[in-house]
Design a protein around this ligand. Structure first.
Ligand SMILES: C[S@@+](CC[C@H](N)C(=O)[O-])C[C@H]1O[C@@H](n2cnc3c(N)ncnc32)[C@H](O)[C@@H]1O
Length: 308
C-alpha cells in the first residue's frame, strides 16, 4: 500500500470548542482518550496555552507510532485503554474527549480484519499486542455465547441461525480464519436483507464491540471522568451507534440529578455531579464530505461544583 491510510476527524471544531470552552489559550490538563491519527489532539494543542497539558490514550500501536511524531512538550501518549483515565489524579483534569469506535486506517487495512469489504485475517483487535482475536474466540466459543454476542451487540435478528452456521462450518472444516469466510457464512444465514446494508454488517459490529470490550471500556471511562474532572471541567463524547450513545445519555442523565437514598429518607441527597450541556450532530455539509460522520452524535456535559 503506497498511500498511508487517512482518517478524517469527525466534529473537529465542535468537539475541541466544547472541550476547551470560549477562553483564549486555556491552561489545565485535557485528555484525548482516542488519539487515532491525532486530528482532535493537534487542534487542542494549537488552542491550548503554554501551561496546558494534553494526555492522550490509544490501544492501537499504529496510533501510538503516529503520536510519537508529535514533539510538543505539553503532549504525552499512553498505550492503554481509555478506561485507565480514572487513574489520573482526582479533580486534576479540565476536559475529557472520547471519539469512540475505530479509525479509518484500522477499518481500511485488510490485515486488521475489521471489515467484510476486504479479505484478511479475522482479527478485529484494536490492541494487537494482547487479548484474543475474533478468529481465536470463534474457534472455541459455544453456540449460545456466539448468539448472545451477535444479538446483544449487533441487535441482529438472525443471531441464532448465524451462530449455528458458524459452529457447523467450524466443525466441518476447522476454524474460521478470514473475514471473507465469516461474511460468507453470515450471508448464508441471514434470510431477509436490510436494504443498502451488507448482511454481515451487524455481526461484524457485534464481534468488534465484544472482542475489544468497547462498552465496558466506555462505562469505566465515564465513571473515571467523574473522578478526575475538576468542577467546570467538560466531558465530550462522540458516539457512532445507538448502544454507545445510550450508555452516554443514561450516564449523563443519572448524574444530572440529586440522588436520594430510599433507605435513608432523611439523609441529604447525593448532589448532582454533571450538567448536560449539548447534543450535537454533524452538519449536512460534513456528512456529505465524510460518510463516517452520518451516524455520529456528540454529547457534552460539565462537571458541577462539589459542595463542601
Ligand atoms: C474514531 S478514532 C479517533 C480519531 C481521532 N479523534 C482523530 O481525529 O484522529 C478512535 C481511536 O480510538 C482508539 N480507541 C477506541 N477505543 C479505545 C479504548 N477503549 N481505549 C483506547 N483507545 C481506544 C482506536 O484504536 C482508534 O485509534
Amino acid at each position: 500500500m503506497n498511500q498511508p491510510l487517512q482518517h478524517t476527524t469527525v466534529l473537529l471544531d465542535e468537539a475541541v470548542h466544547a472541550l476547551l470552552g470560549d477562553g483564549d489559550a486555556p491552561a489545565g490538563t485535557f485528555v484525548d482518550g482516542t488519539f487515532g491519527r491525532g486530528g482532535h489532539s493537534r487542534l487542542i494543542l494549537q488552542r491550548l496555552g503554554p501551561q496546558g497539558r494534553l494526555v492522550a490514550f490509544d490501544k492501537d500501536t499504529e496510533a501510538i507510532q503516529a503520536a510519537a511524531r508529535i514533539t510538543d512538550a505539553r503532549f504525552s501518549i499512553r498505550h492503554q485503554g481509555f478506561s485507565h483515565l480514572g487513574e489520573l489524579p482526582a479533580a486534576s483534569v479540565s476536559g475529557v474527549l472520547l471519539d469512540l469506535g475505530v479509525s479509518s486506517p484500522q477499518i481500511d487495512d485488510p490485515q486488521r480484519g475489521f471489515s467484510f469489504r476486504f479479505d484478511g485475517p479475522l482479527d478485529m483487535r484494536m490492541d494487537t499486542t494482547r487479548g484474543q482475536s475474533v478468529a481465536e474466540w470463534l474457534a472455541d466459543a459455544e453456540t449460545a455465547q456466539i448468539a448472545e454476542v451477535i444479538r446483544d451487540y449487533g441487535e441482529e435478528r438472525f443471531a441464532g441461525p448465524i451462530a449455528k452456521a458458524i459452529v457447523a462450518r467450524r466443525t466441518e472444516r476447522g476454524p474460521i480464519a478470514s473475514t471473507a469466510e465469516l461474511a460468507d457464512i453470515v450471508a448464508g444465514a441471514v434470510k431477509t436483507r436490510e436494504p443498502g446494508q451488507n448482511p454481515a454488517t451487524r455481526t461484524f459490529q457485534a464481534l468488534r464491540i465484544f472482542i475489544n470490550a468497547e462498552l465496558e471500556e466506555l462505562q469505566q471511562a465515564l465513571e473515571g471522568s467523574l473522578r478526575v474532572l475538576r468542577p467546570g471541567g467538560r466531558l465530550v463524547v462522540i458516539s457512532f451507534h445507538s448502544l454507545e450513545d445510550r450508555i452516554v445519555k443514561q450516564f449523563i442523565a443519572q448524574h444530572s440529578k440529586e440522588v436520594y437514598d430510599r433507605r435513608a429518607p432523611f439523609a441529604p441527597p447525593q448532589p448532582m455531579r454533571l450538567k448536560a450541556l449539548e447534543r450535537i450532530k454533524p452538519s449536512t455539509d460534513e456528512v456529505a464530505a465524510n460518510a463516517r460522520a452520518r451516524s455520529a452524535v456528540m454529547r457534552v456535559a460539565e462537571r458541577t461544583e462539589v459542595p463542601a
